[in-house]
Write a protein that binds this ligand. Sequence first.
Ligand SMILES: [Mn+2]
Length: 320
Amino acid sequence: MIQLEEIATRLKRAQSAAIFLHMRPDGDTVGSGMALCRALSMRKVRTEVLCESDIPDKFSFLPGTKEIKKRPTFDAEVYICVDVSGTARLGALEQVFLAGAKKKTTVNIDHHVSNTRYAKYNFVLDRASNCENIAELIRLLGVPVRGEIADFLLLGMVTDSGCFSHSDVDGATFRAAAECLDGGANLSAIAFETMRRRSRAGAELYAEVISHLRYLSDGKIVCALVTREMLACRGLDDSVTEGMVDFGLGIDGVEVSVCLLEVKKTQYRISFRSAGRIDVNAVARTFGGGGHILAAGCMLFGELEEIYEKIAYAVWQNEG
Ligand SMILES: [Mn+2]
């Protein structure tokens, strides 16, 4: 695998860069992209951050996120993807990336085990958050972790690690986070804005979803369902469903928690979380998706009952 040193050397020489985030952006891709953008700008590399989707409101307390563009505004020399496991995750920007990839330097910095190594320079290391990889890269660029850079890096570390509670959190995660705090990052604001705060309508939706959980396989699997109607009647968009899947993992006896988000009739976006024993990356892969061993996702098509059956069967097949 290519080392971050080599990527840092190439980036230092670049004139301009475009940083690509994955669709339905989370704190880790936003934090990775914005922190790297600030660091490259300090090195006089003209840089912009691109994402096909709207940036969820919960990240707007970090004002820099308003600069994120839907389409490129200049022809950058280097294309960098952050927290993007495969080019399909770029959504509408996939074509932009693939068209540019032929003649540009492309870089892929990620932490997903399912990463497809689609760039010329791939650095994939399975850490608790991709922001830990970006923190190391920023160090190699010779830029101090301070101010906005510290806040953006900590944003990814907090959100992807479940506030430092997931099993892949290690001493290195805390050392990287400590460097952000030393640089002035606001941990309490980041944790509150991203993990706790919600609108009243969002809280009501949460209550409804949690009170209608569906159990499969003798309670080993729990499913939360969010329909278009439940969102529409409250004027909510998909982004409020993020993190809903985590609730089920706290229920006694549950090994896999699932959230089904209706995209349209007979099409559902599925998120999986594992309590530890079952590899949900493998489960998601049987449906063409992927992610991490303990957190993964895919798309499923069919009637709801059919989908519940498919999920129960795939989990059963992947029981170790
Ligand atoms: Mn991530």
